[in-house]
Each structure stands twice: as C-alpha cells, then as structure tokens.
Write a protein that binds this ligand. Structure first.
Ligand code: SAH
Ligand code: SF4
Ligand code: F3S
Length: 461
C-alpha cells in the first residue's frame, strides 16, 4: 500500500477537528496527504450520523468506492456512522479494512500498523466507556489563524432524538492544564482565534478540579496573543451565570453564545428529555440580555418532534420572538436508529412538518432583518477571512460571528491579509450579513494589525 491518503469529512466541528488530528497522526506515521482519491493508497471517510438516513448515504458513497478497490487501495470508515453501523460495514462493503468510532482514535497508530501488516476487518468500536480523550501533539490544523481545541468529548445527556451518546461515548473532559498548554502553544504559533469544542462544551468539568468552565474561558482569553475565544455548543442545563460574567469581563471572549433550545414548548422539551423547561431557558436568556456587552445568541431548533401539536409549535414561534436570535439552525425531526424517539407515536404528516419548518425559518428571517439593523453605523472589529473579487469586497467575521462584507477604499493597502483584524463601519444591514467599509486602524498603528506568518489567500464566494 502506498503511504498516501485521502480523507473526506462530514458533520460537526468536532468531526472536522477529529479529522485534523487523524491527518496529523497519519502524517506523523509517514503518510502524505493527497487531494485526489485516485492518488491515494488509503481512503478515509469520516462520517456523521445526526440526521436524514445518514447511514444509507454512507453505504451509497462506499459503493462508489468499489470501483477503486481493484487498484490495491485500502478504505477506512471513521466517525459516527462507523460507530453506529460497526461490523455491518464489512458485510455491506467487504473492501473496507478499518472501521473506527471517535472514542478509539487514540489507538490509531496501532490500527494503522495492523493495516500496513495486511490485516483486514480492523475495528475500533469498543471504547465508548473510556475515560480517555484523544490528545495528540500532531494536529494538522487547516487554518493558520483560527484553530479548534476539543475540551470535552462524548455526551451523557441522551436526548430522545439523538444518536450522539451512542456514537461518541460517554462524556469525558480534558484537564485545564492540558487545554491551557495547547492554547498557549497555538498562541506561540501565531493563532489569534481559538474555538473550544464539545458536544456540550459547557458541561466541561476539570478532572483536576482546578477550574470552572467560566474560569477556563477567562484563562484562555487572557493568553497573550489570543484575541478571540469562542465555545460551542453550550447546553442550557449546564449554562451558568458566571459564563456571562466572564464574557463581560474578558474582551477576548467573543460576544456570541450558541445555546440550542430545540423547542419553545415545555411539553415537547420533556418528551425530548432535554431536562429543562421553557422558563428555565428564558431565565438564562435574561442573564444574557442583561449583560453589558451585546451578546449575540443563536440556537438549534427541531420541528415536528413526535407529538408536537400546533400549539406547541406556536410556543416555539413566541420563543424566537422573545429571544430575538441572531441565527437559528432549524431541522425537521429525523428518526434515528437506537434512539427512543423512533418508537414514539407520531401522527403529524410530513407536509405539516415541512410547513412548520418554513414558517419558523421565515419568521426568523424577519427577526434578523430588523434585529441586524442595530449594527447600522456601528464600528465592528472583524477578522479577515477571504475575498469576493466579483463584488470587490473583503469578507470578514465579527466577534458576534456575523459575516461582514466590506470595501477597503480608505485603506492604503486595499488587500488586508487573511487573519488580520480591522475596524469596519457598518453601512448596510441584511438579514444574514453586514456590509461596511474598512477604517484605517486607530492611532499610529501599521495599516494592519500584524500577523506573525505568511498570509495564505483563500477566495470565498
Ligand atoms: N449537543 C448539542 C447539539 C448537538 S447535535 C445540543 O444538545 O444542543 C446538533 C443539532 O442537531 C441539535 O442541536 C439538534 O437541533 C439537531 N438534531 C440532533 N438530532 C436530531 C434529529 N434526530 N432530528 C433532527 N435534528 C436533530
Ligand atoms: Fe445529542 Fe442531546 Fe447530547 Fe446534544 S445533549 S449531543 S442533542 S444527546
Ligand atoms: Fe454528526 Fe457525530 Fe457530529 S453524528 S454532528 S459527526 S457528533
């Protein structure tokens, strides 16, 4: 087998970051990454199982790989569908040699050695009860300015609709010391933006007992060179007031909280086993709304959960009206294998669920149209992310995680490098983004806040 690999990744940021660690591990073992599967000796497929018959799509994709098997290539299936389907993958796609869930990636070097020795049917599926996390010095981060750090893996919450506790295993946190060492190393390498990850990032508990989650945020926000710290996804059950206080007190903590509610109806929340009520959630919203900083709030929503009535759905609408989210990610309930919700009576027709999804998204768009208008004439700091040559605009992201498209007529150098930070005056607001013009950085600073590395240019559309 040639020591080249090709990897494809689906799913959440945790999966994207897992792939960065898998890539780093492979490269450390002497493998070279290629961008075309035709050139690869090993093809890895990092899968997601969250919704929409994901396993069928994976098998369909594997079927396409079949044509490549004659070329001596090897195949590995990783991630949540790998964990969920396990050895069934070997039955349906016998040319696959390795099937491993995320809880087993720390054993990857050993699994790779077996693969190289010619073994087939290698599995990493029995680690879901582990207390260990996947920590490696060989992470290959794809973006040199903004990087992920997973601080907690797995999930113990078992919401009635969700596969994650079955695919990612039990909740396990890294120590504050280990997280801080990684964050400082990243700062030394020139990263300015750190995103802390966890299925429920704020359920993080320091195994060494030294720090609370809010204290960890503050400590990372105070690392010299770190200008932005994000964390996602927060769970309402573990959302404490000191997180809001930490954001108020620490400028580097981004003014954005993703706190998925899923439904505005207490009855539906109960059926979902979310273990909080509408009022409990709204109390947390009131803490955030009372903050000194304008903290942007975003959420995930599920419509059409089994038993959701028109009145329940209406409560979701009144909740988004009350909270005024800056964005929501709304999904139609999708029955998933092994989850209790599959067996719940569900008499709502699909057409009604589709209609609810449309109503919710339309309503949210209107909320954003009026709510984004608060940014008009504000000066917002952005990090440069890319360029839109057709519109002659630069694309940036604000601390609130909003996309800001801007022109640079007032700047000496009209192409600010990716990863640099600039103040932008907002001249127009849209439901999904802000438009503005770059201002020269304040004081006698150099035109752009310097970044400690060669910029790489990415054109985004
Ligand atoms: N741990 C996070 C979310 C993880 S999954 C939390 O609890 O908030 C990301 C999102 O996918 C969820 O917030 C939910 O809105 C959606 N989701 C998960 N399972 C789903 C399902 N079976 N059907 C539809 N949406 C689902
Ligand atoms: Fe899934 Fe619930 Fe865990 Fe989130 S908290 S990952 S929705 S089981
Ligand atoms: Fe998907 Fe697994 Fe993430 S199911 S959303 S890749 S935790």
């Amino acid at each position: 087998m040639s020591k080249t690999f090709y990897i494809e990744t689906f799913g959440c940021q945790m999966n994207v970051h897992d792939s960065e660690k898998v890539i780093g591990t492979l490269e450390h073992q002497g493998y070279a990454r290629v961008q075309d599967e035709a050139d690869a000796g090993l093809i890895l497929y990092n899968t997601c199982s969250i919704r929409d018959k994901a396993e069928q799509k994976v098998f369909h994709r594997l079927n396409e790989y079949k044509r490549l098997q004659g070329e001596g290539k090897k195949f590995a299936v990783l991630g949540c569908v790998a964990q969920q389907e396990g050895e069934r993958i070997f039955e349906k796609a016998p040319y696959v040699s390795l099937v491993a869930g995320s809880a087993s990636y720390r054993n990857l070097p050993e699994m790779l050695a077996r693969l190289e020795a010619g073994e087939t049917r290698i599995t990493g599926l029995d680690d879901r009860q582990t207390d260990l996390t996947f920590e490696t010095d060989f992470t290959s981060r794809s973006n040199p300015h903004r990087g992920y750090i997973t601080i907690i893996e797995g999930c113990d919450k078992f919401c009635a609709y969700c596969v994650v506790p079955y695919t990612r295993g039990k909740e396990r946190s890294r120590t504050s010391a280990s997280v801080l060492v990684e964050a400082r190393k990243m700062a030394d390498l020139g990263y300015t933006d750190i995103q802390l990850l966890g299925q429920n990032v704020n359920s993080w508990r320091d195994p060494s007992g030294r720090m609370s989650f809010a204290e960890l945020l503050t400590a990372i926000g105070n690392i010299s060179g770190i200008r932005r710290v994000r964390f996602t996804t927060s769970h309402p059950r573990d959302f404490t007031r000191d997180i809001v206080q930490a954001i108020d007190a620490t400028p580097a903590l981004c003014d954005h909280i993703h706190l998925p509610v899923q439904s505005g109806s207490t009855a539906v929340l109960k059926a979902m086993s979310r273990e909080y009520t509408r009022d409990w959630y709204l109390e947390r919203m009131s803490w955030i709304h009372a903050a000194q900083r304008d903290i942007s709030i975003t959420s995930d929503m599920i419509v059409g959960f089994p038993g959701e009535t028109d009145a329940d759905f209406e409560e979701t609408i009144t909740l988004i009206d009350a909270v005024k989210y800056d964005a929501i990610f709304a999904f139609k309930f999708s029955p998933r294998p092994n989850t209790p919700a599959v067996h719940m009576a569900d008499s709502t027709p699909e057409s009604v669920k589709d209609q609810r999804l449309r109503i919710l998204n339309d309503r949210q768009r209107e909320i954003q149209r009026t709510h984004y208008a608060r940014h008009l004439d504000q000066i917002v700091e952005i990090m440069v992310e890319g360029y839109n040559p057709t519109r002659n605009q630069v694309i940036g992201r604000s601390s609130q995680n909003k996309t800001v498209n801007f022109t640079t007529a007032q700047l000496e150098n009209s192409t600010p490098p990716i990863g640099s930070y600039l103040p932008i005056r907002i001249t127009q607001t849209m439901p999904n983004c802000l438009i503005g013009e770059a201002l020269p950085p304040a004081g006698d600073a150099t035109p752009f806040i310097s970044i400690n590395r060669t910029p790489h240019f990415v054109v985004l559309n």
